[in-house]
Design a protein around this ligand. Structure first.
Ligand code: 7TS
Length: 430
């Protein structure tokens, strides 16, 4: 196969931005295809961390001194960049958390606990990650609400007819993954949100796997809540985002109490800070949030490079970046799907029409863990297991799958090495 038309993304140059990609594993150049678990970080993000601790380190929102003001300013600017990243109406709607998991727990315990009554229903799809299941089961136990499952088809798409039938005036919350981490399916969230709104339910979209691959517009989606896992989108670990519509966030009680989230405190009763601080108790991950700002800048830089427009606004630059990223990644994914489907004894899991960046499969001759171990000997990093989607594995009738997850720094040659690895496993175990 000739090199895929790269549009104008310069993959060779991009790879140099990610120092870890030059690693040798067991004497082989690393093929990093575990981006669904976490992505690698560009120099810009890595350097932002060292720069922060060398030149800016101080606590935020509480010091009159130079460094505290500098750190606060950097932190606040990162929130504005995140607002543009999501196209949120206001930066007050962007809450920084410890991760996507933390964001979902916040919504379940604050919004869910306040609004759910016995008999109310929470609808979740079969393909949800455990972090979009367990928080809802916990709040269901606390409130008497019921969790119901939206089924999927054999191709790994939401069964939209069944979804329509499940929706009723009892439905109060719908939790739906935007892009599945195990199948790659891109769910029709805009349409599902509109349907949920017709019965008065609110919708939380789990964008953990969408953030790195697609341009997100929470206003166009009309999402009530949208969550991100920033370490999967080239930013440091330990940072997540919760977007919520202002009207909902304002009516929600605080989730955690502590410093920085209060207006006044007295033993007779306390009052809370305005958004977004009401939901950011204690010292946040300041360096990580600044790193998220750097990751967004990096992505915007790709967009500006693509259009050779160095002064382009952040929003337009992200539009361009994600157009280039989605096109390139979907070509890599289609190529991988085609090559894998040509091998006897390989079964691809997840063949949705709308699909992003995931090549998940099982082999007749070998367990996914054996596949992962053989790959590792050749320097190829994939994930083997249930991918924190046990209900999905049950639906697929497999205990686990082998999963290669793609980022824009991956290449055709790396997909070829993945396929060579599969052929080798077949030779060894077949
Ligand atoms: N939702 C989805 C769709 C995910 O893929 C993940 C992590 C999470 C939520 C949780 O994100 P966290 O950053 O809060 O842990 N998914 C994976 C994965 O596919 N392999 O490792 C982690």
């Amino acid at each position: 196969m000739n090199a895929i038309a790269h549009r104008t993304l310069n993959i060779e140059a991009i790879r140099k931005d990610f120092p870890i990609l030059a690693t040798l594993v067991n004497g082989y150049p690393l093929v990093y295809l575990d981006n669904g678990a976490t992505s690698q970080k560009p120099h810009l993000v890595i350097d932002s961390q060292s720069e922060y601790y060398r030149q800016q380190n101080a606590n935020i929102h509480r010091g009159v001194h130079y460094l505290s003001q500098l750190a606060t300013q950097k932190y606040d600017v990162a929130r504005e960049k995140t607002q543009v990243f999501l196209n949120a109406a206001s930066s007050h709607e962007v809450i920084f958390t410890a991760g996507c998991t933390a964001s979902i727990n916040l919504v379940a315990q604050s919004y869910g606990r306040q609004n759910l009554k016995p008999g109310d229903e929470i609808l979740l799809s079969t393909m949800e990650h455990h972090s979009n299941i367990i928080p809802w089961q916990l709040v269901a136990q606390q409130t008497g609400a019921i969790v119901r499952q939206i089924p999927i088809t054999d191709q790994g798409e939401i069964d939209l007819e069944a979804y329509g039938q499940l929706l009723s005036e009892r439905t109060k919350i719908v939790g739906i993954v935007h892009v599945s981490n195990s199948l790659g399916t891109i769910n029709p969230v805009q349409r599902m949100i509109a349907q949920a709104h017709q019965v008065g339910a609110v919708v939380l979209v789990d964008g953990a796997q969408a953030g790195p691959h697609t341009r997100i517009d929470v206003q166009a989606l009309d999402a009530d809540f949208y969550v991100l896992s920033c370490h999967k989108m080239y930013a440091p670990t330990g940072v997540g985002v919760l977007y919520g519509k202002e009207v909902l966030l304002r009516a929600m009680p605080p989730y955690q109490g502590g410093g920085d989230m209060i207006h006044t405190v007295s033993f007779d009763g306390s009052t809370y800070a305005d958004l977004p601080y009401k939901f950011e108790a204690g010292t946040p991950n300041i360096a990580g949030v600044i790193g998220l700002g750097a990751a967004i800048d990096y992505l915007a830089g790709l967009g500006r490079g693509l259009l050779q427009a160095p002064d382009m606004s952040l929003g337009l630059a992200l539009d361009a970046a994600f157009e280039g990223i989605s096109n390139y990644e979907s070509e890599l994914t289609s190529y991988g799907m085609k090559r894998l489907s040509e091998i006897d004894g390989v079964r691809i899991t997840g063949t949705a029409k709308e699909k992003a960046g995931i090549l998940a499969f099982t082999m007749d001759c070998a367990h996914p863990h054996d596949i992962g171990t053989v790959f590792d000997h050749k320097g190829i990093a994939i994930r083997a297991g249930h991918h924190c989607c046990m209900p999905l594995m049950k639906r697929l009738g497999v205990p686990a799958t082998a999963r290669a997850s793609i980022a824009f720094y991956n290449t055709v040659e790396e997909i070829d090495r993945l396929v060579d690895g599969v052929l080798m496993v077949k030779e060894m175990f077949g």
